[in-house]
Design a protein around this ligand. Structure first.
Ligand code: UGA
Length: 430
């Protein structure tokens, strides 16, 4: 099929590459000329494992352009995958989605499907359908489909090619048939429903994960008070298939561009109908507090951070990505700088973002050893493989005081003690 995709972020680019890999012809459109130039030069503007070879392999079926008119005119399917960033009140900014819809109304010259992949509030698809029907410049019929995306950064290609389900929110058999034709080569199960339910599935899924993480973080906090071990507790409850083992890793809270944003957006959406989503509010509140756990723990050893050398391992919100949006590490770095600490940051992918954001206020280090050398405390925010595999003896050998406060439970408590570390982690007895 002939497909146009608006937006070359994680969702748009990965979807484009995967659809091209399945034989479709895809034009990616972005208003950002620099991104399009990079893509046409063979570079990838985001860090996403496996994406580059997939794009390279499918160059013949992929086009990258700023000219949306050309792309939308003859497209059978137009997918909207632009960002929906948060507004200060927790709701989402839909300007880019509406701009794309306006452009589609003006330029499409044949009947086409408009599939909304961006995460949008419940009811947006219905509004979009009304808008396109009213404003179409040419005599064309639009079918609007809600087709939310469930890929995670860092594993986005695999998540797309092997998704547990494809959600289709449709209001006609014609739209359902066409979407199934588009996804047929993926051979994945479908959930077919109405548009509003499909939009709600996306929020309900992401916010359930946020609830799960905040719940395990609170249980970890109670483990610390009682002497129970969160690792054993997570394993013990996770083996019950009704609960499941995944997303039960206690830590410094969830970050990224999705879970925090979607929890706030769902809360704001319910509030706009006069409903207070108490469970979601609790998850957001717990996450905000959890983000400061490492500093709270370190403070009991070193008191004041002024003139202390603090090594920060990990800036990305999780391993496998260079994304630092809503990363607990960044808020902590900002606080440490304000307190007068000497901050040394290591991250294998996100150091560029750190340097741009904090400039000379931090020292960016290319190796873990460089970051921890002569440090008074080391704070671990991201469980990168290099951190997990790091020789524990090196902390003792290189640090001024071997105080390691681990926000991702990277090491075995006994081994850390045996290596001579003063080791604090989340929800585990010393
Ligand atoms: C999330 C969802 O997992 C995807 O299904 C969804 O498509 C995506 O949002 C989106 O809406 O676009 P993502 O934000 O890439 O994906 O990352 P996750 O793997 O969900 O991790 C989010 C945060 O939770 C990270 O900071 C991670 O460290 C934290 N986390 C995750 C925990 O603290 N504990 C866990 O057990 C799991």
């Amino acid at each position: 099929m002939n497909i146009a995709i608006a937006g070359t972020g994680y969702v748009g680019l990965v979807t484009a590459a995967c659809l091209a890999d399945k034989g479709h012809s895809v034009t990616c459109v972005d208003v950002n000329a620099e991104k399009i130039r990079l893509l046409n030069d063979g570079a990838i503007p985001i860090y996403e494992p496996g994406l580059e070879p997939l794009i390279e392999r499918n160059r013949a079926r992929l086009r990258f352009a700023t000219d949306d008119k050309e792309a939308y005119r003859e497209a059978e399917v137009i997918m909207i995958a632009v960002g929906t960033p948060p507004l200060p009140d927790g709701s989402v900014r839909l300007n880019d989605v509406w701009e794309v819809l306006r452009r589609i109304a003006l330029t499409a010259e044949r009947d086409c499907l408009v599939a909304i992949k961006s995460t949008v509030p419940v009811g947006t698809g219905d509004e979009a359908a009304r808008f396109l029907a009213e404003h179409a410049r040419h005599r064309v019929r639009f079918d609007v489909v809600s087709n939310p995306e469930f890929l995670s950064q860092g594993t986005a290609v695999r998540d797309t090619l092997q998704a547990p389900r494809i959600v289709l929110g449709v209001d006609s058999d014609r739209a359902e048939r066409a979407m199934k034709e588009l996804y047929a080569p993926f051979a994945l199960p479908y959930v077919v429903t109405d548009r509003k339910s499909a939009e709600m599935i996306k929020y309900a899924a992401n916010v359930f994960l946020a609830l799960k993480i905040s719940y395990i973080n609170e249980i970890a906090n109670v483990c610390e008070l009682t002497g129970a071990d969160i690792e054993a507790v997570a394993e013990g409850i996770g083996m019950d298939p009704r609960i499941g083992r995944r997303f039960l890793r206690a830590g410094v809270g969830y970050g990224g561009s999705c879970l925090p944003k979607d929890a706030n957006a769902l809360y704001a959406l319910a509030a706009s109908y006069g409903y207070s989503l108490k469970t979601v509010w609790a998850a957001i509140d717990v996450n905000e507090k959890q983000k400061w756990k490492l500093i709270d723990k370190a403070r009991s050893y070193i008191g004041d951070f002024r003139n202390q050398t603090v090594a920060v391992l990990g800036a990305a919100f999780k391993p496998g990505t260079d994304d630092v949006r809503e990363s607990p590490a960044l808020a902590n770095i900002e606080w440490l700088i304000a307190e007068g600490a000497n901050v040394r940051v290591w991250d294998p992918a996100a150091l560029g973002h750190v340097a741009r954001r904090f400039g000379d206020a931090v020292v960016c280090c290319q190796t873990i050893e460089d970051a921890i050398r002569n440090a008074d405390v080391c704070l671990i925010f991201t469980e990168w493989p290099a951190v997990l595999q790091f020789d524990l003896g090196r902390y003792k050998a290189l640090m001024n005081t071997p105080l390691v406060v681990d926000g991702r439970n990277c090491y075995d408590v006994k081994q850390a003690a045996a290596a001579g570390l003063i080791y604090e982690s989340i929800g585990r007895p010393l």
